[in-house]
Design a protein around this ligand. Structure first.
Ligand SMILES: *Cc1c(COP(=O)(O)O)cnc(C)c1O
Length: 402
């Protein structure tokens, strides 16, 4: 990094050794050290090169369908008495923001001469986004998925297989996302030379949180010029996003991190209620600890065992958050709310009825927070519409109240 870039580094950008305040770092087994070091040494130079940027931007445009629209939601705005704009990541190819990151990482893996791609997935959305870019680039792909999740999410398992990926069920522990992540890491340790591990959110050891944030930052880069076109100003009063690991939120916030006039609102999954014992509201319930290679806030017992989280939405059902978000919480830069399963489902139906958009249930959490905010009629609110609800149809049907 040159001097000018060094000077413009700010409070919310990652430090050279991979920290956001007291969170971050790379807590990894010795065997993974060469892989992580190779990534850390190369990711900035490669992703900043003109040649990389040209291919990345071209694919975002022609394959993903970017820029995604910034849509003024008139009826939703009337309902809440503010000016609400939806950033339409649901219109990305494969139905959510996740593909922004998988495109970036596969282009990086190619330039590091990797032959095999590994990924973990919970509901299967990141697995599908990874299998998609592996097909695009003709690379071999193994996706680790909790055995329980492979049964709960059959359509996504078949999507990955149609795309040519091998889905490997993880039979350890609770047979869900954190077990799939453990097994993906274990596989990487045993096959370090030719493999790249595509992590699906802003979690994991440095440089993953920063790398994924940068790939997703295209969201706020577009939002700035799109909002200026519509309102004359780049800056909204609020940017709202749901937080599982935190990648869609990190992308939606990125270019606003250093503009204190823009309030950042993060929405976590409250599950059956923060005090119910069945929740995934990490900032409300977590303590500092190490999970999947970085120091962050983690839901854990007194003696540091990871607590099994619960959310109706698989994408938010994670016992941690990325280190950037832990720092945004700790420093007060972002305000964190939680929304229960029921509140989120209601908001999903509300958006469907008011705007003709059935959101992913993850995204419905972000919509629901509008009811908790104290909005003025002059306020401009951006909500990152992280994904579409097709994958959640069965959950909507089971919930039934529409
Ligand atoms: C995976 C997913 C999320 C949660 O992941 P983040 O890394 O927190 O963005 C949110 N919304 C949708 C639609 C998803 O697929």
């Amino acid at each position: 990094m040159n001097e000018v870039q060094e000077q413009t580094k700010t409070l919310f950008q990652v430090s050279d050794n991979g920290y956001y305040g007291q969170f971050g770092g790379a807590f990894i087994p010795e065997m993974l050290h060469p892989n992580i070091e190779e990534l850390r040494e190369n990711y900035l130079a490669i992703t900043r090169s003109e040649e990389f940027q040209q291919e990345f931007q071209q694919l975002l445009k022609d394959f993903v369908g970017r820029p995604t629209p910034l849509y003024f939601a008139e009826r939703l705005s009337q309902e809440y008495g503010a000016n609400i704009y939806l950033k339409r990541e649901d219109l990305c190819h494969t139905g959510a923001h996740k593909v922004n990151n998988t495109i970036g990482q596969i282009l990086l893996a190619k330039r590091l001469n990797k032959k095999y791609i590994i990924a973990e997935t919970g509901a299967g959305q990141h697995g599908v986004a990874t299998a998609t870019v592996c097909a695009l680039m003709g690379m071999e792909c193994k996706v680790f998925m909790g055995a329980l999740d492979t049964e709960r999410q059959k359509p996504n398992v078949e999507r990955m297989r149609i795309l040519g990926a091998e889905v490997v069920p993880a039979h350890s522990g609770s047979k869900t996302l954190k077990d799939a992540t453990n097994e993906a890491m274990r596989h990487w340790i045993n096959n370090p030379i030719d493999s790249h591990y595509i992590i699906g959110s802003v979690v994991g050891p440095h440089p993953y949180p920063d790398m994924v944030t940068r790939f997703q930052s295209v969201i706020s880069e577009e939002t700035k010029w799109q909002l200026k076109e519509k309102t004359g100003s780049e800056d909204p009063d609020y940017v709202v996003a749901c937080v599982g690991g935190g990648s869609n939120a990190a992308g939606a916030y990125y270019h606003y991190l250093d503009r204190p006039n823009v309030e950042l609102i993060a929405v976590e999954a409250g599950g059956l209620g923060v005090a119910s014992g069945r929740s995934a509201a990490t900032t409300a319930l977590g303590k500092a600890g190490i999970l999947h290679g970085s120091r962050s806030l983690v839901m854990q017992t007194e003696d540091g065992q990871v607590v099994e989280p619960h959310s109706i939405s698989a994408g938010l059902d994670y016992p941690g958050i990325g280190p950037l978000h832990a720092h945004l919480f700790d420093s007060g830069r972002a305000k964190f709310y939680s929304v229960t399963d029921d509140e989120a489902m209601q908001a999903g139906i509300q958006l469907s009825r008011l705007e003709g958009i059935i959101p992913a249930i993850e995204t419905a959490h972000a919509i629901s927070v509008l009811a908790q905010m104290d909005l003025k009629s002059s306020d401009v609110v951006i909500i990152n519409l992280s994904g579409r609800g097709d994958k959640d149809l069965e959950t909507y049907i089971k919930w039934g109240k529409y």
